[in-house]
Design a protein around this ligand. Structure first.
Ligand SMILES: Cc1ncc(COP(=O)(O)O)c(C=O)c1O
Length: 374
């Protein structure tokens, strides 16, 4: 019987998995939060919810985000979603038509590409470097075509791990104002900083309402909650709350929202995040040590400073998709680079994640990978 999205075997160390280690899923936290909430004489969490999301929850969330981001967050500029994915899909539904163009980073989050294909959008990839999306390349492309939006993962990028510099954040937002397109910033890794301090989230650079930021509890609490938020200006929020989806179904996930509200208000979310950061920082460091020891002759990478991933560059003539069968036979797996490419390229890259396995398994995974590559 399969219950979760992935059914991993013990024989293969799957370094491609971008999901949290099951032992880090916070059952006790949610149990305490649910008890706190469900023993209160208030059944409103079982009613259809306000379209934008329960106002009490938005206030608590705004406080939590203000602390985490280090910049003030206005609860009226938050819209509750069932995760970053649903936020992105809703943005596609409300702000694009089939055949429109969206710009993405090359590489980009591979499942966003699937979502854009579902919505029949035309996708154009733009290069990144160690400071994130290359703003000059965006500027050049804008001379040819105006996209409905630019989709970016500005902080601890999936898959490359890089973070968009402050000056480029500024530049991107100015371009979106000048050319009239939205910047959809997927910022799900922002608070998972281990050795780097990222610039403030994209909304901080926005003066005219062109930034739509996606956030989520999936990476900082638990993916199964299906709970996230959009932070943006009043006008995009109005466009989303007036969709048939919200008008018919009411606000997203009011039940889970109020339980997570307790987790936030009781300080449990903050404590859990602190714990995750400590564990992930250690795992990232151990994975990096293993890469330096066993794979430095054949791979290079930019240290990520936070998030979930290492993005390895291998020799130009190596095709990581073709390598995968051999790798699995040797008991290791990864995500091949081509999956993250809008144009079917990046054959000599692979993505590794350090959040599913403990340090010993990560090291063993790298040992197997080194044997496959050599
Ligand atoms: C960049 C990015 N966006 C969105 C998601 C999915 O987020 P959610 O679970 O909130 O839908 C992921 C998960 O891997 C991700 O890496």
């Amino acid at each position: 019987m399969q219950i979760t999205q992935l059914n991993l075997s013990d024989e293969i160390i799957d370094l491609g998995v971008g999901q949290p280690d099951p032992s880090l899923l916070p059952l006790a936290v949610l149990s305490q939060a649910a008890k706190h909430r469900l023993t209160q004489p208030d059944a409103s969490l079982l009613q259809y919810g306000m379209e934008q999301g329960n106002e009490y929850f938005r206030r608590s969330l705004a406080q939590f985000l203000s602390d985490g981001y280090g910049v003030p967050v206005d609860p009226d500029r938050l819209f509750i979603t069932t995760g970053a994915t649903s936020g992105l899909d809703l943005v596609c539904a409300r702000f694009t038509n089939p055949g429109d163009t969206v710009f993405v980073e090359e590489p980009t989050y591979f499942l966003a590409l699937r979502l854009f294909a579902d919505r029949r959008l035309n996708v154009v990839g733009l290069p990144i470097d160690e400071n994130g999306l290359v703003a000059e390349a965006l500027e050049e492309k804008l001379a040819e075509i105006r996209p409905a939006f630019l989709y970016t993962v500005p902080t601890f990028h999936n898959p490359s791990g890089v973070t968009l510099s402050a000056s480029r954040r500024e530049h991107l937002v100015r371009l979106s104002e000048q050319h009239g397109f939205y910047v959809v910033a997927d910022e799900v890794y922002h608070m998972l900083a281990y050795t780097a301090v990222p610039p403030p989230p994209m909304v901080s650079y926005d003066a005219s309402g062109t930034v739509i930021s996606l956030g989520s509890f999936s990476k900082i609490l638990a993916p199964g909650l299906r709970l996230g938020w959009i932070q943006t200006a009043p006008d995009p929020i109005r466009r989303m709350t007036r969709s048939g989806l919200l008008l018919s179904g009411g606000g997203m996930n009011p039940f889970t929202s109020t339980i997570v509200q307790s987790a936030v208000e009781l300080g449990l979310q903050r404590e859990h995040l602190k714990r995750l950061i400590g564990i992930y920082r250690q795992r990232a460091s151990d994975l990096e040590a293993a890469l330096n020891e066993m794979l430095s002759a054949s791979t290079t990478y930019i240290p990520p400073g936070g998030g979930f991933f290492y993005w390895l560059r291998l020799p130009q003539d190596l095709d990581t998709a073709a390598l995968r069968d051999t790798a699995k036979r040797k008991g290791v797996n990864f995500q091949p680079g081509v999956n993250f490419s809008a144009g079917g390229e990046l054959h000599n890259f692979m993505r590794l994640s350090f959040v599913y396995y403990d340090s010993d398994r990560l090291r063993e995974g790298v040992r197997r990978l080194a044997a496959v590559i050599s």
